[in-house]
Design a protein around this ligand. Structure first.
Ligand SMILES: [Zn+2]
Length: 447
């Protein structure tokens, strides 16, 4: 299967830099991509704050790498001779860097192979050392990319490695075998969070933010931020397939002061709606056209709403949106809105007094059936408890009716992000007396 020693890389993330004169960059990229395709290892360009990393350099003779992660700062060198040995040798060295040892060095090797000391070239004995404290896979992998061939470092008098069971092939793969991959996935069972790249200095200081993807543009994102000076700004970004981030455009100064901001886009629309607390403290919706490359303000909701904080917005259709917020009396409040052709927004209906107190608010669309939409809100109540309330909202009329809630049984300190509609939770004490129809069930993940 495989064997390792030394320290693993946290999250399987191996930062690396490439020596400026390294000649095998294409081979290196292929080698690292092929490892990423089948394992949880991730190779990322080293950021300045990462003090332990791999430095890839040209090797004029043989390839080499330390085993595992060597902390303490500074780079650890992987030497590659890409034109002499190919992609497989680069993979082999990076497997060393990930912690893998030569298979025939594992502590229990005597059960599988015998080292013929007399046949080893003078001065090369260290290549056949047994590592007594290795972590070993359950199966000895005779074909491993980390296994020497039978005649490695032979002085010409015969093989240096002989399998215990005669006839076992010992010719080492030039690419990782299924057992090698299984071993790396044993050593690195989960995928870490990988910072591929960032927007560098492309964005200014921000105080709040939210984001949405562009319609029909899988590589574009709109972020909405509250700038350091308190202004609302939308910024469009392009995300390349390799994770590069480029700033495309922004909304300039088309919007005034804002806080408690959120953003939504209709399911098939290029119109984004930002929901904010304006400078006067009141809820305001602003529509924006963002088809890709430009961001234009269309219209807004005027003065149709009162004071609000903790604002969230969800699109039900391309023309019907619902906001949830904490009203000035401290209660959760929902309002439905119609987006008009000229970009203005008309208030349709609200939740009246159907919801109780709320200190923090989250909202998600669960499912739609014709003009009827089930929306879930979660709030942190004044006593620090989570309450989940499900609403039915009709996108033709805007009517909002409360369907059911979770009661008061879950104690929380903070509402996490939006609920996933895929999630589930078993409602042991769910109160459902005000609805005859079934209410979807949720798993509520708490921070
Ligand atoms: Zn090696």
């Amino acid at each position: 299967m495989g064997a390792s020693t030394g320290n693993r890389w946290p999250g399987g993330i191996i930062p690396y830099i490439v020596s400026p004169n390294f000649v095998g960059v294409n081979d290196l990229n292929q080698a690292l991509a092929s490892l990423e395709a089948v394992t949880n290892l991730r190779f990322v360009r080293r950021l300045s704050e990462q003090d332990t990393f791999v430095e890839v350099i040209n090797s004029t003779q043989k390839c080499s790498s330390p085993i595992g992660r060597h902390g303490g700062g500074g780079g650890q060198t992987v030497g590659c001779a890409p034109f002499g040995f190919g992609i497989g040798s680069i993979i082999h060295e990076f497997c060393h860097a990930a912690g893998m040892i030569h298979e025939q060095s594992r502590s229990d090797r005597k059960n599988f192979v015998t080292i013929q000391e007399a046949n080893i070239q003078a001065g090369e004995g260290r290549n056949f050392r047994r590592i007594s404290n290795s972590r070993n896979g359950s199966v000895y992998n005779f074909q491993s990319i980390m296994h020497y061939s039978a005649n490695a470092f032979s002085n010409g008098n015969g093989p240096t490695i002989v399998p215990v069971i005669s006839g076992t092939a010992l010719n080492g793969s030039i690419l990782p075998t299924a057992l090698d991959i299984a071993w790396l996935n044993t050593e690195y069972p989960t995928l870490g969070v990988v910072r591929r790249s960032d927007s560098a200095s492309g964005a200014g200081e921000i105080a709040e933010l939210a984001m949405q993807g562009l319609q029909g543009n899988a590589d574009r994102l709109i972020t909405v931020v509250r700038t350091a000076s308190g202004l609302l700004k939308l910024i469009e970004w392009r995300i390349s397939s390799l994770g590069g981030v480029d700033r495309i455009t922004d909304s300039g100064n088309a919007a005034g002061s804002a806080s408690h901001i959120d953003i939504a886009r209709g399911p098939t629309s290029s119109i984004f709606i930002t929901a904010i607390r304006s400078a006067s403290g009141k809820l305001k919706l602003i529509s924006w056209s963002a088809p890709g490359g430009t961001i234009q303000r269309q219209g807004d909701s005027g003065n149709a709403a009162g004071a609000a904080t903790q604002i969230r917005i969800v699109a039900l259709t391309d023309t019907c949106f619902v906001i949830a917020c904490r009203a000035s009396n401290g209660n959760l409040f929902l309002i439905s809105w119609r987006l008009n052709a000229d970009g203005s927004l008309t208030r349709l209906a609200d939740s009246a007094t159907a919801a109780g107190e709320a200190q923090s608010v989250s909202m998600t669309l669960i499912r739609s059936s014709g003009a009827d939409h089930l929306v879930a809100t979660t709030v942190r109540t004044g006593s620090g408890r989570l309450r989940l309330i499900v609403w039915n909202i009709n996108s033709n009329l805007g009517t909002i009716s409360r369907r059911g809630d979770s009661g008061n049984d879950m104690s929380v300190t903070k509402i996490c992000g939006r609920l996933s509609s895929e999630a589930r939770f078993t409602p042991s004490r769910r109160r459902n007396s005000d609805s005859r129809s079934s209410v979807p069930q949720f798993l509520v993940t708490l921070e």
